[in-house]
Design a protein around this ligand. Structure first.
Ligand code: HEC
Ligand code: HEC
Length: 386
């Protein structure tokens, strides 16, 4: 032990000396000079055959790439659970819209709202604009620009998702948010059916909006979501030229309802007092969209903080993620009775708990705010829950 210590001390002295010397005369003496590109003050590490490098590296990692081991058949099976748009890969099972309704109410509505209508901050799953225009075209996001005069469709499963089988795998693998993979395949079919039904979809002409409708993998593969072809114009591939012509020929559907002018577009009579130029008109003003498109290039107006509680902004940044609702077990801001209960222990204790942490509440909510700032945020939370 002593020997080792002494060795370190000696090394330290040598290092200190050498760096002093190096500073005094940079190139003459036979000690180490920092090479260009050395990143840590000139320390080098031996590599092989008298070569040195500026980087310390893990020798084991140079012994060849480590590919791990061959996965077992069961491991591959557990990973191989994706489903393709045609339904291949979907598991067996079935579930009714009625059961899906119950499960949805119990496990999803708290975030996604009743009937998939969306909750504050959580995606809306149904609704949006599903109306058809006079040409029978469903007004989905793909036609958003043409339909400037109606509310722009919202992004929901019905308006925006390309493929229905993804809905099954997404729910199975990722929802409910707090405990993904807790639903059985049957339950997942049921909830998928319910959400599709809320979107007014049908399978093979059969309306899904019926509690007795039972979804299984065959039927799911047949669901055609309205925006399926809305992601890319079909102008690629070996027949690209033809496809592009067809795409532009079907303007009403694909682009808008203007008439194209290819030559002599201005009236030869000219402007003054004569007929107007027949240049293609944009039929729908973009300004008709609700909410209106923003043209201004300035920054959003600064919020007037004069009337705002001083702890509000910091609360939004540091605490709202858990305190906005009671989903995490935290007293929700705005919940009067929860805060009356919390405050029974006295304000000082509440301050202390929020600074030192308590149960699921990390010290200072995981922030690096000062004690006084935390108190200000707590004051705001109490104020906003009266
Ligand atoms: C605690 C809140 C919460 C609960 C409960 C919850 N979700 Fe979600 N869900 C979310 C959040 C957050 C997202 C967005 C995730 C993302 O974009 O990464 C989401 C996304 C989704 C999406 C994708 C939406 C889209 O268009 O991108 C679907 C579908 C969905 N959830 C279905 C469900 C179903 C079905 C249940 C019930 C079994 C459920 N969720 C329960 C919070 C929740
Ligand atoms: C990671 C989630 C999370 C974050 C972030 C968070 N809290 Fe909490 N908070 C909780 C939970 C959970 C509780 C309930 C703890 C309990 O009663 O066991 C709680 C409780 C509280 C309480 C009541 C304490 C008591 O005495 O019962 C206050 C006050 C509070 N938080 C303030 C804050 C402030 C201020 C911030 C932001 C700086 C914040 N919290 C951020 C989860 C969080």
């Amino acid at each position: 032990m002593f020997k080792l210590d002494r060795k370190f001390v000696t090394m330290g002295v040598i290092l200190a000396l050498s760096s002093t010397l190096a500073m005094a005369s940079s190139s003459t003496i036979g000690i180490y000079h920092s090479t260009s590109g050395a990143i840590d003050g000139g320390v080098t590490y031996p590599r092989v055959d008298g070569e040195y490098t500026a980087y310390k590296y893990n020798e084991q990692s140079t012994k060849g790439v480590n590919f791990g081991r061959t996965p077992t058949a069961n491991e591959i099976k557990a990973w191989d659970i994706d489903a393709l748009p045609d339904g291949s890969g979907l598991p067996e099972g079935e579930g009714s819209v009625g059961l899906g309704d119950e499960l949805y109410e119990a496990q999803c509505a708290v975030c996604h709202g009743d009937f998939g209508g969306g909750g504050e901050g959580y995606p809306q799953l149904a609704g949006g604009n599903q109306a058809k225009d006079k040409n029978g075209i469903v007004i989905t996001l793909k036609n958003q620009r043409i339909y400037g005069s109606v509310d722009a469709p919202k992004r929901t499963v019905g308006t925006y998702w390309p493929v229905a089988t993804t809905l099954f795998t997404y729910i199975r693998d990722a929802m409910p948010y707090a405990h993904p993979k807790s639903l059985s395949n049957d339950e997942t079919y049921a909830i998928t059916a319910y959400i599709l039904a809320q979107n007014g979809l049908e399978v093979d002409g059969e309306d899904m909006d019926d509690d007795d409708f039972v979804l299984n993998k065959e039927k799911l593969a047949k669901v055609v979501l309205p925006n399926r072809d809305g992601f890319y114009p079909n102008i690629d591939g070996p027949n690209a030229q033809e496809d592009i012509r067809a795409f532009f020929a079907d303007r009403a559907k694909n682009i808008g309802a203007g008439t194209r002018c290819m030559s002599d577009c201005k009236d030869p009579g000219g402007p003054e007092g004569k007929t107007e130029a027949t240049v293609m008109k944009i039929k729908y003003e973009m300004s008709d969209v609700t909410p209106a498109y923003a043209y201004a290039k300035d920054l959003p107006p600064k919020k007037d903080k004069g009337t705002e509680h001083p702890g509000k902004e910091a609360y939004e940044q540091n605490c709202a993620v858990c305190h906005k609702t009671d989903a995490m077990g935290a007293p929700a801001v705005g919940d009067k009775s929860a805060w009356t209960e919390t405050l029974k222990q006295g304000l000082e204790k509440v301050y202390e708990n929020s600074i030192k942490g308590k149960g699921g509440m990390p010290p200072k909510g995981g922030s690096s705010a000062s004690d006084d700032e935390i108190k200000e945020m707590v004051d705001y939370m109490i104020e906003a829950s009266k």
